[in-house]
Write a new protein. Structure first.
Length: 187
């Protein structure tokens, strides 16, 4: 783990603080090789965002990544991928969690990311992820900033006091969700 540096250590540490039963332990347990293999290829630049997401999606469909879904995969893609430089946005993946997904679904029609309650569902495939990333980049161009900053703005903050955008997204009775369903035998 030390060779991976701060980001992976922090992600692993977060597993231990998340109140969901055994999700991190399941993923890092006997199936950790599948996860580490994909992580290494992202880190070395061998996988772009779409291909990286597709690898995670396939591994999850095969049952090799129990307890992990798109919000976690996309954090790995974001933090392990190349350093963010504003002039070459299409290389970078962005975090597709409930806040960024709900935000893009509210800002663009039709919504692309399938969300149930406050969860980005695991049946969002690499095509959905690529379209989500392209939408983040469209927002970045409109705001005149890089994609990582646009993503941060979509995520917004919740502490100490939620921003106006977070409050708005949080209090929409039903944020739009895509209806697309991809076949994966474990869903």
């Amino acid at each position: 783990m030390a060779a991976w540096g701060y980001n992976v250590t922090k992600i692993k540490w977060n597993f231990q603080t998340v109140p969901l039963p055994n999700h991190g332990k399941l993923a890092w347990g006997h199936r950790g090789e599948a996860l580490l293999n994909i992580m290494e290829r992202i880190r070395s630049g061998k996988l772009r965002r779409r291909e990286a997401y597709a690898e995670f999606f396939k591994a999850r469909c095969k049952g090799n990544l129990p307890g992990l879904g798109p919000a976690f995969f996309t954090k790995l893609i974001f933090f392990l991928g190349p350093k963010h430089k504003c002039h070459i946005m299409d290389q970078y993946g962005y975090i597709m969690d409930q806040w960024t997904a709900k935000s893009t679904n509210l800002l663009f029609q039709p919504p692309v990311v399938k969300i149930v309650g406050s969860w980005v569902t695991p049946d969002n495939d690499e095509g959905v992820y690529e379209e989500f990333c392209e939408r983040v980049e469209q927002i970045a161009k409109l705001l005149g900033c890089c994609g990582a900053e646009a993503e941060r703005q979509l995520f917004s903050q919740r502490r100490p006091k939620p921003t106006h955008w977070r409050y708005y997204v949080q209090h929409i009775p039903t944020a739009p969700s895509a209806a697309k369903r991809v076949h994966c035998p474990i869903f």
